[in-house]
Write a protein that binds this ligand. Structure first.
Ligand code: AFD
Ligand code: MN
Ligand code: MN
Length: 438
């Protein structure tokens, strides 16, 4: 499918549906907004500043999260789910329309391959969707590929396999360049299942050599994000298993290489907010994959299991934003797998959780907290965070959405539009479409 002219009437949710649903809720929303404004004013916070900052926040959507995900056991497709990259973009535009938070999609290759990337870029533009970091995929074999990644890709023991994986990444950069992306995210599944299967030092050395070859071809205004993950698909050792390895590699490569933190890629109970602080302090926090988890890399909806952790992460991000004075610009993205929900509804909820955590982090009284820290007044220092977290900021988020043309209650509005049911009538079900199983 090439470029087709799109008029506003074709955009996801008809504006009159949004207007009608907002009318229904407007009086209550304005009352809640006034109450929150008064509350924050008592703490010398101007609610308008918070709304403006939330409106400026941008979070990328995962193309692979737009279709029903699955586990290693099964995938249960949803009638009306997207069947190609164009339809994924249509659904992304619905999330952006209703939330005003998600103006870009992060593509994954070869999953999102098509034959006309100039047309794809125009299709995105027509839907108000740009292109975030490109994700390469050397964790599974592709049809027609000469060499297998069964025993690794960028760190493989054989040079020809490494070369094939390097070339795939270069291809991703070339495609991303056409689309207007500014970064590539490299996550590899390389590792081992048995002690003795491979040598830790050799594999990392080979990985670094491969990354150097990719890094050399990065356009001048691009960044390369290294995404670590503790385990899975390899279960004994993983080549880039933690933020330590990630930052060492990023520092070895150079300024354009940075680390990407995925919330689900750490050992249980690890203090992820502290990892965020460390990476930011050394200028190496490049990107973020938001999701939530209970046991491992569960890819659950952001804020659904541990909202306090999400808030504490944002507390560090806001703190880094203040220290960075405009130079701290990580690429925020969601990386979720929606196995039992409509992906659009999960992403609407996740957008609220992310924007809400950001807003709560913005109202932390940092000056007071510093004072309490200096005096070792533990309870009061802690309460600076605790009270901000307990503040109900929903009215500020709703105002940010309304002002960007979105919905006071995104899920209610989405349901009122019957978008998915209408798509189920026109989209051809594609049983072979995979989605987010690693
Ligand atoms: C992986 C990583 C990575 C990757 C994705 C693929 O989180 O971001 O692109 O899942 O499904 O676990
Ligand atoms: Mn990820
Ligand atoms: Mn993951």
């Amino acid at each position: 499918m090439g470029f087709v002219a799109i008029d506003r009437a074709m955009l996801g949710i008809p504006p009159e549906v949004i207007a009608k649903d907002n009318d229904r809720l407007m009086d209550a929303h304005l009352a809640d907004y006034a109450a929150l404004a008064a509350r924050l004013a008592r703490e010398n916070i101007d609610i308008e500043d918070i709304v403006a900052r939330v409106m400026a926040l941008e979070v990328g959507l995962p193309s692979w999260g737009m279709v029903s995900g699955g586990t290693r056991f099964a995938r249960f497709p949803l009638p009306g789910e997207p069947t190609d990259v164009y339809e994924k973009i249509e659904d992304c535009s619905v999330v952006h329309q209703l939330t005003g938070l998600t103006p870009r999609v992060s593509l994954h290759f070869p999953w999102d391959r098509t034959d006309d990337y100039v047309g794809l870029r125009q299709f995105g533009e027509a839907h108000g969707i740009g292109f975030d970091a490109i994700n390469s995929n050397t964790f599974q074999d592709q049809a027609g590929q000469k060499r297998s990644y069964k025993f690794g890709s960028l760190s493989h023991s054989q040079a020809q396999t490494r070369q094939q994986a390097i070339e795939h990444n270069l291809q991703c950069i070339e495609t991303g360049h056409i689309l207007g992306s500014k970064a590539i995210t490299v996550w590899i599944g390389d590792g081992s299942n048995f002690p003795g299967q491979s040598e830790f030092t050799d594999t990392l050395e080979r990985y670094l050599d491969s990354l150097r070859a990719i890094y050399r071809h990065l356009p001048h205004d691009w960044r390369l994000f290294i995404e670590h993950k503790m385990y899975e698909p390899a279960f004994y050792s993983t080549v880039v298993q933690d933020w330590g390895t990630s930052i060492l590699c990023a520092q070895t490569l150079g300024d354009k290489a940075q680390c990407l933190v995925d919330l689900g890629h750490h050992a249980p109970n690890v203090n992820i907010e502290m990892i965020v602080a460390r990476l930011a302090q050394f200028g190496k926090l490049g990107g973020f994959h938001f999701n939530d988890s209970k046991y491992g890399d569960d890819d659950l909806d952001s804020g659904s299991v541990n909202p306090f952790q999400l808030f504490l992460v944002f507390n560090e991000l806001v703190s880094a934003e203040i220290r960075g004075k405009g130079s701290f610009k990580p690429a925020y993205m969601m990386d979720q797998s929606h196995n039992v929900t409509d992906p659009i509804e999960s992403l609407l909820n996740s957008a609220r959780a992310i924007a809400g955590s950001y807003a709560k982090a913005l109202i932390v009284d940092r000056a007071a907290m510093k004072g309490y820290q200096a005096d070792n007044d533990v309870i009061m220092a802690h309460n600076c965070l605790r009270l901000a977290f307990e503040t109900d900021v929903r009215a500020a988020l709703a105002m940010a959405r309304v002002r960007s043309g979105g919905a006071i209650d995104p899920i209610a509005c989405y349901r009122a539009s019957s978008y998915r049911a209408l798509k189920a009538e026109v989209r051809q079900y594609n049983p072979n479409l995979g989605g987010g199983i690693v």
